[in-house]
Design a protein around this ligand. Structure first.
Ligand code: SF4
Length: 192
């Protein structure tokens, strides 16, 4: 299956109740040849309206965060654990995550990322370790299935609590160092 075929299957999906309240399925954006994958928890209101991940205020902050280390949606891939918006921005239920995770697994198989960055607690506990605590473990590196993984605070958390931003700046610098270590050609071949 190609990424376009997977996208089309996902756009038609009605495997969980979130399909009943969504405006758009938010599949993901970015180049397929990138070695870097960012995963958030699920679309918010603006993402649901526009069909693209991280386009509201948190998305603007994510773009700013990425630009600090010469990343952008043009050189890395951005998606979520669930592809449809949970009502009132609640956390996605376990059943909804279970129903939707197949799309992320297939995206990961197609992208073959070297580095996966979880944005926030939900993605980090789902993908890295269910015991992970974002306040304790953000910025730490884990290796699973040949992929280097780390968690950042979710941009929404950084909007609510600016005191977390210095930690995130350090974590981004750690990410930049890991990119240089694991993907030494990245900054020469992928334009921001
Ligand atoms: S959240 Fe995922 S599993 Fe549920 S309807 Fe949307 S695409 Fe399908």
């Amino acid at each position: 299956m190609t990424m376009d075929q997977l996208r089309q299957t996902c756009l038609d999906c009605r495997q969980c109740n979130l399909s009943e309240t969504r405006n758009h399925v938010v599949f993901g954006v970015g180049p397929e040849e990138t070695p870097i994958l960012f995963v958030g928890e699920g679309p918010g209101q603006q993402e649901d309206l526009q069909g693209e991940p991280f386009v509201g205020p948190a998305g603007k902050l994510l773009d700013d965060m990425l630009s600090i280390i010469d990343l952008s949606r043009h050189n890395c891939y951005i998606t979520n654990i669930v592809k449809c918006r949970p009502p009132r921005n609640r956390d996605p239920l376990e059943t909804e995550q279970q129903a939707c995770i197949c799309y992320l697994r297939k995206q990961t198989l197609l992208l073959k990322p070297r580095i996966l960055v979880c944005l926030g607690r939900i993605a980090a506990t789902r993908l890295i370790d269910e015991q992970l605590r974002i306040t304790r473990d953000h910025g730490k590196w884990f290796q699973k299935g040949g992929i280097w993984m780390m968690a950042l605070y979710h941009p929404s958390a950084l909007l609510r609590d600016v005191t977390k931003r210095p930690d995130t700046f350090r974590d981004l610098k750690g990410l930049q160092a890991k990119i240089r270590e694991v993907c030494p050609d990245f900054y020469d071949t992928m334009t921001p």
